[in-house]
Design a binder for this molecule. Structure first.
Ligand code: SF4
Length: 376
């Protein structure tokens, strides 16, 4: 199987050693490791012994697999194919039917207790799991069989992490996350959740790299998510946060606030209750703004249990905590009455520190507002 999919890309060799080490050092920092660990990551990523991976797909849309395969960074794109030994994955299998089933069973036997199981999609448990079958077996029985013999399991995407879209009310199939099934069945294999719809591919790849390098799983939070990726609220790193703190909100799609890039909280942004690193690492390697809020749509909390696919799309978020800002501007400033004392003093202070002209700045700011200028 691995030989068949290797043809999809082996560009790791095309990257210069220097660039590769540089990338590994950046990856070390991203994973919360000292930069010096870059060398170790490089060694682990190029080791001839690659960890076997079996991938099980249940109630899913293949978006999680797509997000990995379409990662634009060339080294990461090939990393998943060159660094691990992908033994079974229905989306990439060239064999089908009995041939694919045999490959799965053979790989499980050969690598018992050593392979990493990756699961995308939720597991239906209602009516003995009949709503999702692969090769005549329910996803429920396959998960039990494959999960109990794995070294570790990575639940990729919101569906396998906490239920995702199939678990939306009224959850007709009894969609259940992987870790819950393990708990119910007494399976002790450790689980890492990488939620998102789809998740950022680098959060998955980072977890694999961490495991390869340190031979252990990264530190997890209470929801079994790697802290290096899900340690902060989206709201904490959002580029629109200064507008939130200043009380500047878009109130309707397409209004002036929306066009000016103001905060999307009033349009239902769930950033204040969703833990993820979307604004920090972005998507598709195309530069700034390449994430939902960056393009003008409120975060809908796809990665957060009880928020995405459960809370109404445009209902206000229930902020978990809001880091206090250093100052609050007036939410509804009076227009055309001159700058407020606080705003003028602040502007003067900042300007003064830089050019030593604080008093003149305060005076001019007040004057321009009296002349009809808008307070900024
Ligand atoms: S509410 Fe949403 S748009 Fe506004 S700052 Fe927070 S995350 Fe960004």
């Amino acid at each position: 199987m691995n030989q068949r999919i290797q043809g999809l890309g082996n560009r790791l060799a095309e990257v210069s050693r220097r660039d590769f080490i540089k990338w590994c050092s950046a990856a070390a920092v991203y994973l919360g490791l000292p930069a010096g660990m870059g060398e170790k990551i490089a060694e682990a990523a190029t080791a001839p012994q690659r960890p076997p991976v079996l991938w099980l797909s249940a109630q899913e849309c293949t978006g999680c697999g797509e997000t990995l395969l379409r990662a634009n960074h060339p080294t990461l794109e090939t990393l998943i194919l060159d660094v691990i030994s992908l033994e079974y994955y229905e989306t990439l299998n060239t064999g089908a039917g009995h041939q694919a089933e045999e490959a799965r069973v053979e790989a499980m036997k050969k690598y018992e207790g050593q392979y990493i199981l990756v699961v995308d999609g939720s597991i239906p448990v209602k009516d003995d799991g009949i709503y999702c079958k692969i090769g005549g077996k329910t996803a429920l029985s396959l998960l039990e069989e494959m999960g109990s013999k794995a070294f570790a399991t990575i639940a990729i995407g919101s569906c396998s992490s906490w239920g995702g879209v199939p678990s939306a009310d009224p959850n007709p199939t009894g969609a259940t996350p992987v870790h819950q099934i393990f708990k119910d069945k007494g399976i002790k294999t450790p689980v890492v959740n990488i939620p998102g719809c789809p998740p950022n591919p680098y959060n998955f790849l980072g977890t694999v790299l961490y495991f390869l390098t340190l031979k252990k799983l990264p530190e997890l939070d209470a929801e079994l998510r790697p802290k290096f990726a899900y340690g902060r609220l989206i709201h904490e790193n959002c580029e629109r946060r200064p507008h939130f703190d200043a009380g500047r909100f878009a109130k309707q799609f397409g209004d002036e606030g929306h066009r000016q890039g103001h905060c999307l909280y009033m349009l239902g942004c769930k950033g204040p209750e969703t833990f993820n690193n979307c604004p920090a690492i972005l998507f598709n390697d195309v530069g700034s703004g390449a994430w939902p809020v960056g393009t003008g749509h409120p975060c809908f909390g796809c990665s957060e249990k009880g928020v995405g696919f459960h809370a109404p799309l445009h209902s206000p978020a229930r902020p978990i905590y809001v880091t206090p800002p250093t100052l609050y501007a007036s939410v509804f400033p009076e227009q055309g009455k001159g700058a407020s004392g606080t705003a003028a003093a602040l502007a003067a202070g900042i300007a003064g520190a830089v050019i030593g002209a604080g008093a003149a700045m305060a005076k001019n700011l007040g004057k321009s507002s009296e002349d009809g200028g808008e307070e900024k």
